[in-house]
Write a protein that binds this ligand. Sequence first.
Ligand SMILES: [Zn+2]
Length: 695
Amino acid sequence: MLIHLIVESSLKATRISLRFLTCSAVILLAASALSQQTSPAHGPAVVPSYMDRAVRPGDEFYLYANGTWEKNTEMRPDRAFESPASDIYDQHEQQLQNLITEAAKANDANSRRIADLYRSYMDEAAIEAAGIKPLQSQLKVIASVADKHQLARALGETLRADVDALNMTNFHTENLFGMWVAPGFDDSDHYHAYLMQGGIVLPDREYYLSDSPDMRDIHTKYEQHVAAILKLAGLDDPDVRAKRILALEHAIAQTHWTLAEDNDVHKANNIWKIGDFATKAPGLEWNEYFRAAGLDKQSSFYVWQPSAFTGESALVASMPLEDWKDWLAFHALEQYASVLPKAFADEEFSFWGKTLNGVSVQQPRWRRGVALVDGHLPSELGRLYVQRHFPPEVKAQVQAMVSNLIAVYRQRLQGITWMAPSTKSQAIAKLDALYVGIGYPDRWEEENFDVKPDDIVGNLSRSRQAKYLRERALIGTTVDRKRWCMAPQTINAVNLPLQDALNFPAAILQVPSFDAHAPLAANYGAIGAVIGHEISHTFDSEGSAFDAKGRLRNWWTKDDFAHFNAVAARLVAQYDAYKPFPDLALNGKQTLAENIADDAGLAAAYDAYKASLKGQAAPEQDGFTGDQQFYIAYAQSWAAKMRPSALRNEILTDTHSPDHWRVFEARNQNEWYKAFEVKPDEKLYLAPNERVQIW
Ligand SMILES: [Zn+2]
């Protein structure tokens, strides 16, 4: 597995805005994942009223820390996810909306674009009046495709920079293929183009291939959704076309790699010269495809999933032209349906919100509008956000915590007995070279596209195009290791393995993850564990694949690796044994890197917490010792209620374990047993030699 990424926070906000860039449908999810308000503002301090003292911490630590909150929390109809910090997240969205509203009154160009983009989405009357006219010319071009040569051109024109393997673990797109521009595996000083599989709309190949009754049901409803969208767009025989589109996507899904395979960087290191495509993946007219994508002058590419390229390209040749044209038309509609007239947007919600995530009521339009501006003008909105909501003192305090965590890691690495000295010194070199971005980037990147106040479809189309051109122009240029991949207003954190860098956006450095006035125990249990998690990725199963310069080079000895793999296998087994549904367990392999990061991050945060006390006794709070506060704060930072369908989606598509099970990581920590006097007869108890300790 790999490295990566994201979605560390209990919030799913990032996934959302990220997906929004690639799939308009997702705005619904995005918004629905954000949450709400049941309780007073929840800071990182321990909140006793959330706990269920009837549960023994050693039996079910998540419910011990969060059981009463869980019992008393009603899932609001427009949400797929609730957490005690929901009101904070709502407040965060409100802050973004206020910035957008104020931008409408300002006169500078930056503010103007923000206001115009928002307005173009909020003006429902104009959207109704335009109907599907904004997409007509694109649909006409698709309809006019007369042969496979022209098909290759039409497919090449859809290529976008809408995947990101290692930072965002986003391995496929709805378009035939996707491009990610990043430092080269073998040439980390320059940007290269990585190409990835695509062509399916449902979140993962499993949705097409699984035989479980629930998945079959989703599949059937998806076919109805495809037909409904085609019918709304006025295409004849929508049911017949939908069947053909499903058959094609099903065939594409069969060529796709699984998430666990995608996560293996060593399998992804495949350089294809531009001339290799015709022989290694015959079918698609690659010359025409690359010409249409403006990539015909590139000499080579990294191809992440070679067999998927071979398989998809063969399907371009073997499947009828008419099927591909239906597929193209549907994908064009689907990418914009949520910003088309109400009948389209409602159909989108009906499938993506209700069927896929179990949400019964759609989010208010303003929330969806905020998510849209956030997704398409991230830097522009980010600058306003940082000016207003990120005081320099917070940056300084978090910087100090990061330094403490790094010092702990240095010590822990030096103390490991099983690691060879050469491996250790290279691990420490990575730590020394690590760039830790806190709050916002040193250099802002503009989103360079024309925003018109009355053209939402055009705005999104130009945004995606501009991003693609910007990324494409980077190919071959010198890498900026301090380049960010996440907006400051995103509540999340990320490790960028090819840059040996971490980003902690301003928005995660606030309650509930961090509070300047909370006890140290709580801050280290919450944001401290997140920082520790991200640093761990620097050395983990994926981090071990990249050296201090970000090159794909295994710097571990064979023995070290064997030891690491043996320990990791025990962690895989531990997570494979968790069964949220009778027919669906967690996938220990798919979530391994993230589980390791949780394990190591929690251990390092604990050490950093102890060091921060500088020998003083920790103050008790509500009868809890400092150590108890630390672990309860950790568990409470992952409090979350999800709808079953959303949880199922997460288990299948996310490289992180669901929040509830992330809390069980505590059972690998010796200090947790001491803090709560956990006994061998308790359900989470592990004998000392069964506890997994990585670093
Ligand atoms: Zn992670």
